[in-house]
Write a protein that binds this ligand. Structure first.
Ligand code: 6GU
Length: 227
């Protein structure tokens, strides 16, 4: 999978992709992440990318020209299944959206800033708008990194144990059960006996029951959705 990300703050995206699982996935050639500095596409002599909103009000708006030039130049090289705009008024990101996006070959992610981007870019070029939660961030970069991380770990080969994404919270609509590691007694707190029993069938049943209880308690709404 190839991900192109457009931002006016490229440095914000260096560290999330330069470490750990996402770094390894890129080194293994399973995902390619290309960051594009929006300023490089500005026709303005001062490389300006934002301007005041028509109609007044606080906050700057990302101008149409640099975004259109950038998107068109990237689309000339390849075709994207989705051109995604990261915005707090987008559709709420969830695991099923991550699963869907992980099947694409090329996605283009646009990170907004300030008061957003000129509406005409949204109307003409954007195919999907995503928000990562009901709160406002300073820009779309951190949200974009969240989406890329959630998507990348679903690509076969990215996780060392291929089955482990399947047992994540949300993957089956349930939250993951609690986990323990050595020692069996820590500060007087013992690991549930069942986990030491060696009886895999009973362990699986215990974990399933724990998942159900936790989901009922923490996500009563999503539990209703299931049944
Ligand atoms: Cl995608 N962008 C911004 N600026 N804030 C957000 C968001 C995105 N998702 C939740 N809050």
């Amino acid at each position: 999978m190839r991900v192109d990300i457009v931002t006016c703050l490229p440095r914000l995206l260096e560290s999330p992709f330069g470490d750990s699982i996402l770094k390894r996935a890129q080194d293994k050639g399973l995902i390619e992440i290309h960051i594009h500095d929006l300023r490089a596409f500005s026709d303005d002599k001062h490389k300006k990318v934002d301007d005041y909103a028509y109609g007044g009000g606080a906050g700057m708006v990302l101008m149409a020209q640099p975004l259109a030039t950038c998107i068109k130049s990237l689309q000339k090289e390849r075709s994207y299944e989705e051109v995604i705009f990261m915005t707090p008024d987008g559709n709420l990101f969830n695991q099923s959206m991550a699963n869907e996006i992980s099947l694409f070959n090329n996605i283009l992610l646009i990170c907004g800033h300030y008061k957003g981007i000129d509406q005409r870019i949204r109307d003409k070029y954007i195919t999907r708008e995503i928000s990562i939660g009901e709160y406002v961030l300073s820009g779309g970069e951190l949200a974009g990194a969240v989406v890329v991380d959630a998507v990348a770990r679903l690509i076969p080969g990215v996780l060392s144990d291929e089955t482990s994404a399947l047992t994540d919270s949300y993957q089956d609509g349930l939250l993951a059960p609690p986990v323990y590691t050595r020692p069996a007694d820590f500060e007087g707190m013992e690991v549930p006996k069942i986990l030491l029993s060696g009886n895999q069938k009973e362990i699986d049943e215990w974990r399933f029951q724990q998942s159900i209880n936790l989901t009922k308690k923490r996500r009563p709404d999503s539990f209703e959705d299931q049944s």
